[in-house]
Design a protein around this ligand. Sequence first.
Ligand SMILES: NC(=O)c1ccc[n+]([C@@H]2O[C@H](COP(=O)([O-])OP(=O)(O)OC[C@H]3O[C@@H](n4cnc5c(N)ncnc54)[C@H](OP(=O)(O)O)[C@@H]3O)[C@@H](O)[C@H]2O)c1
Length: 335
Amino acid sequence: MINPVYSPSPERYDSGIRYRRCGRSGVLLPEISLGFWHNFGDVNPLANSMEMAYYAFDHGITHFDLANNYGPSYGSAEETFGQIMRKSFAPFRDEMFISSKAGHDMWPGPYGEWGSRKYLIASLDQSLKRMNLDYVDLFYSHRFDPNTPLEETLQALVDIVRAGKALYVGISKYPPEAASFAYKYLKDRDVPCLIYQGRYNILNREPQTDGILEQAKGNGVGFISFSPLAQGLLSGRYLDGIPSDSRMAREYSLKSSTLTPELHSTLVKLNEVASRRGQSLAQMALAWCLKDDLVTSVIVGASRVEQLEDDFKALENTSFSPEELDEIDEIVSSC
Ligand SMILES: NC(=O)c1ccc[n+]([C@@H]2O[C@H](COP(=O)([O-])OP(=O)(O)OC[C@H]3O[C@@H](n4cnc5c(N)ncnc54)[C@H](OP(=O)(O)O)[C@@H]3O)[C@@H](O)[C@H]2O)c1
């Protein structure tokens, strides 16, 4: 059968999705965004990747988060997105907010990672070609580089915006002092930092404890949470062992040694709280990140459409009673 031309759902903005303003900017982001780190590479069936991208956009998910080295292989998640863009998404480009990043290892030799101007600019040029885009909406410095002058990295971000290759810039995994420097440097050059991307979920509260969340808010910068399900731990995936088709079974970014008996018992207890709220564990974990205005959006990953279907229902209830929050804190702190 010949694939019909993609035509998005006319109800895509009325299916329960909500948008939050990203810091002090004109940009609204969906409360749930879709990330392409895993499951969209050239090792994955293209049809499944397309189905998930379509499902997301059909439900008002306008923000797609990529990076140069997402795959595997490196670059192939951007190529997958580029194929979807060319085949289906191109007429809807202006309804979408697409990000990419550079910072981690991408190509061999001294210019293929970290934060030099040389690397960031070359990498974005490659990303644009792979994604079949003229510009990205958002370009990130993917990690803080302690050996490159921060001014060099940040000036490259400014120049990328001035060259029209990105509309906004962001930073990811920067320590608080470097983030503070970045916010001021970028603001002083009229290219304010749009967003900070950090790992934040029920099990990992670092952006809260090290002040990143409040710091972003105080600077008019949005915050977007990556791995809000702790790579799947905070879902039903591992309550009854390690499924053979799961991320943990691949022993790459999520190792089976993480799933200690203590962590498993924590997940079971969290799942009980979720059931009482009438939610799946994944839904409660996403709702928890979105419970206040410190978080603009959560970036979920998924390996199949059914997971996205489950995840999007989190938006039906993102409020928690003080008792529920205390119980969750107690379960996590006794882990
Ligand atoms: N800035 C950074 O350095 C950085 C780092 C990491 C990630 N990110 C971004 O954040 C995005 C999300 O990260 P992540 O993939 O780790 O996010 P995550 O949402 O914490 O984990 C996604 C995984 O959880 C499982 N899952 C999702 N929904 C489920 C459901 N309803 N029921 C059961 N299992 C479910 C799936 O695992 P299975 O695959 O096992 O089915 C899925 O692959 C990435 O794609 C990327 O865009 C950024």
